[in-house]
Design a protein around this ligand. Structure first.
Ligand SMILES: [Zn+2]
Length: 398
């Protein structure tokens, strides 16, 4: 590279770093005057004024009245309007693809979703295209881009879903494909890892060194946050606990192995047990019916003994795997999210009890295992939060 080009590249990098620093300072602590920003960032006032001028031109920063005068002219204050940009977050689940448009404070402004009929790779692709396009069309403000949370092994650097067992996707170029479709920047992240970032940003958890978020739905995966940063692991596979072998029953798993945690403790496994019981247990309230999640949940809440037996039994292997993670990571804060969390305290207390029995008592008694606080949009919010950090250098926070 010729020296002048190298110099220019460095200059552009510095300028971009300064822009992100000034934007972040105003976003987190605004309204602030230009002098406040210069003090907080240790940049010169000239640099701050130049950068602010650009940010105002881009619509990311706005002037917001004047602050108290310290003798001279009252300073003009700056802020980042929460509607300066919008972001799209999408949850690619095995049963449904759902997405939201949010503003820079994480307020949900538009929702869209489509149910998937079966494990059909093409159908899931089409649904993702359709939802992405619908959300792009529905956005009212300039979009930062699209954050996609998908199950399985993800190569975030290239936006590729390397293997999503439940969707039957292998080496799926989701990121480049959606960029081609919408013209927007796209990041693709693991759904459980996205959920972990959302719980970290919005869940108001105690500030432990480590937090583990376990998503229990059609599949099972965990996201690990260490020191405030997502720990992806080598090959981005950290937290892929769903295919840990926990049972000798040899129930085949969709990954090709058998006895995996997903065959004992996922929503899919629980519904399949319940459907079996509906065929074999004469006199059961749900006998002879096609058992849906809603029907099983209702029976469970009504104290139906068969529903309780099926659901609570599924919690045992999950508890054991969490117990192993307590020992491996020494983490104290475990958060359960996803559709199985709807079974609430009775299910949670079996998971908790079994996790504590499966770890060194001194570690186990200090571990907290509870249900997440961010609700149904957890993956969408987390994927959008990760996009916001990578594109604007800003952190979504409650
Ligand atoms: Zn498996």
């Amino acid at each position: 590279m010729p020296a002048t080009t190298a110099h220019k590249a460095t200059h552009n990098q510095t300028r971009r770093a300064n822009e992100q620093l000034v934007l972040r300072t105003i976003f987190e602590d605004g309204p602030l005057s230009r002098a406040d920003v210069a003090r907080a960032t240790a940049l010169t006032r000239t640099t701050v004024s130049d950068v602010v001028e650009d940010l105002i031109a881009e619509g990311l920063v706005a002037e917001a009245g004047t602050g108290p005068s310290t003798g001279g002219k009252a300073p003009i204050l700056l802020r980042v309007p929460s509607d300066a940009r919008q972001l799209i977050g999408i949850d690619v689940d095995q049963e449904r693809i759902s997405g939201v448009v949010i503003d820079l404070k994480g307020n949900v402004q538009v929702r869209a979703s489509r149910v998937l009929e079966g494990r059909d790779a093409d159908e899931a692709r089409d649904a993702l295209d359709e939802i992405s396009q619908a959300l792009v069309d529905a956005a009212q403000r300039p979009l930062v881009g699209i954050g996609v949370g998908a199950p399985g092994l993800i190569d975030t650097a290239t936006g590729t879903v390397r293997w999503a067992v439940g969707l039957d996707w292998r080496d799926e170029p989701t990121g480049p494909h959606l960029t081609g479709l919408t013209g927007l920047p796209v990041i693709v992240v693991n759904d459980s890892q996205a959920a972990a970032m959302a719980e970290w940003a919005f869940g108001r958890h105690e500030n432990f060194e480590a937090m583990v978020v376990v998503k229990v739905g059609e599949g099972i995966g965990a996201g690990i946050v260490l020191g405030g940063r997502l720990y992806p692991g080598d090959d981005s596979g950290a937290g892929e606990i769903g295919h840990t072998r926990v049972s000798d029953d040899d129930v085949p798993c969709r990954c090709g192995s058998s006895g995996c945690l997903e065959t004992t403790s996922s929503l899919r496994a629980v519904l399949s047990r319940a459907r079996e019981a509906a065929q074999t247990r004469v006199g059961w309230a749900l006998a002879g019916r096609t058992v849906s999640q809603e029907a099983l949940l209702e029976a469970f809440r009504d104290g139906d003994p068969v529903a309780r037996e099926i659901v609570l039994e599924s919690a045992l292997p999950l508890g054991r795997v969490i117990g192993a993670m307590i020992g491996t990571l020494g983490a104290r804060d475990f958060v359960l999210v996803g559709p199985m969390a709807a079974y609430g305290e009775p299910w949670l207390s079996v998971v908790r009890g079994e996790a504590r029995r499966s770890a060194l008592p001194l570690l186990a008694e200090r571990a907290t295992i509870h249900i997440g606080r961010t609700g149904d949009d957890v993956v969408e919010l987390g994927a959008a939060a990760m996009l916001m950090t990578s594109r604007l250098g800003l952190a979504l926070a409650a």
